[in-house]
Design a protein around this ligand. Structure first.
Ligand code: SF4
Length: 373
């Protein structure tokens, strides 16, 4: 997005500059700037995701995950998504009252509000900036909300009191993201996220506090974190922390993260890079035999460790799809009545399109990943 010059012949300030030069804090090479916003709640109309509203208190995320799909959001504010998503963080300000009013309207409606879909709400800056905490304080005053929180940050333990108050009056789920117990591997993949032992301890304390905490095993990375031994170790440690539910998801790779992740692989895991390159050529998702095999493996291991697979995401997707379907059917009835036709038209939900599956041929020295049938 290129801003128009305000004075002919004089370059306009960049979008990032106009958003705010004020520096709220700088620490560890991460700069935090304010971002004026009307409300923290964003409506989400896609029926392919399980939530009705998203809340992302920050733009950008200092956890630094190499695979982070959300980096593209920096493009919208004129920032380099690859270079700056993890080091220039915008702090949403000014939407507190509107958010509280919007939340109040959602009370009792079973509309899923997901906190932390494109940033980590408990990234390091939250310790002093407290945008997430302020939002939760509003939520804690209301009954009948439906709120989920996804994080890697142990800082969530600071807000145990609020979470317990929310749980007493609303439907709450807390998901701690962890994809491996190997600290050395995660230091490469998620350089500024808490190590696995800290996240497992976070889960344990959430469970001990009586909160509905589950493991978010996402994204599973082919060839890196998907072996039965690796997954079994993670699920065993998760169960030992008192957790009873897990959810999981596969790596989703789209531009611009796709290219930066492939460059990272080429540097750090060169034997894997060609297979990923081919598997994600023209696709953001994997499919085929690999996915079916992985699902079966995770389901088997989860059962073996006494963990239930949470299907609340699927429940929410079905609920939202049926709402959309009913709304469309009702609209079709109205349209038919207007046209004078006999009855409603058939409605159908969007289906995902996938390019044909291609075989993967490996060369000597490459790791083979059966990513496609
Ligand atoms: S914690 Fe989540 S939002 Fe933050 S960098 Fe990692 S994947 Fe992205």
């Amino acid at each position: 997005m290129v801003p128009k010059p305000m004075v002919p012949g004089v370059a306009a300030p960049s979008m990032a500059t106009r958003l705010g030069d004020e520096l709220l804090r700088e620490r560890g090479g991460v700069r935090y700037h304010p971002l004026r916003t009307r409300s923290l709640l964003n409506r989400c109309d896609s029926v392919r995701v399980p939530f009705d509203f998203t809340v992302n208190p920050y733009r950008g995320c200092a956890m630094g995950c190499r695979y982070c799909y959300a980096a593209y959001t920096h493009e919208y504010i004129g920032r380099d998504p690859v270079e700056e998503f993890h080091s220039v963080i915008y702090v949403k300000r000014g939407g507190e009252r509107a958010s509280a009013r919007q939340l109040a309207r959602l009370a009792g409606q079973d509309r899923h509000v997901a906190l932390g879909t494109a940033t980590d709400p408990y990234q390091p800056g939250e310790a002093t900036l407290r945008v997430t905490r302020a939002f939760l304080e509003s939520a804690a005053c209301l009954p009948g909300l439906h709120l989920s929180i996804t994080t890697k940050g142990a800082l969530i333990l600071r807000d145990l009191d609020l979470l317990q108050r929310i749980q007493a009056r609303s439907r709450l789920s807390v998901r701690v993201s962890l994809i491996s117990t190997r600290a050395d591997l995660l230091r490469e993949l998620e350089p500024w996220a808490p190590p696995p032992a800290v996240r497992l301890e976070t889960l344990r304390r959430l469970v001990d506090a009586g909160l509905p905490a589950s493991l978010s095993l996402a994204p599973v990375l082919p060839g890196l974190t998907d072996s039965a031994a690796e997954l079994s170790g993670l699920l065993e440690a998760t169960r030992a922390a008192g957790v009873q539910h897990i959810s999981y998801g596969l790596l989703f790779l789209r531009a611009p993260t796709r290219d930066s992740f492939l460059r990272f692989l080429a540097r750090s895991f060169p034997a894997l890079a060609p297979a990923y390159q081919r598997a994600y050529e023209g696709h953001a998702y994997l499919g085929g035999r690999y996915v079916r095999g992985l699902r079966a493996r995770i389901e088997r291991l989860a059962a073996a460790h006494g963990l239930a697979l949470s299907d609340f995401d699927q429940d929410d997707i079905r609920r939202r799809a049926s709402l959309t379907s009913s709304a469309k059917a009702s609209q079709n009835v109205k349209n038919a009545a207007r046209r004078g036709s006999a009855g409603p038209q058939e409605t159908s939900l969007p289906t995902s399109r996938r390019a044909p599956v291609r075989p993967v041929n490996t060369r000597p020295g490459e790791v083979q990943i059966p990513l496609w049938d």
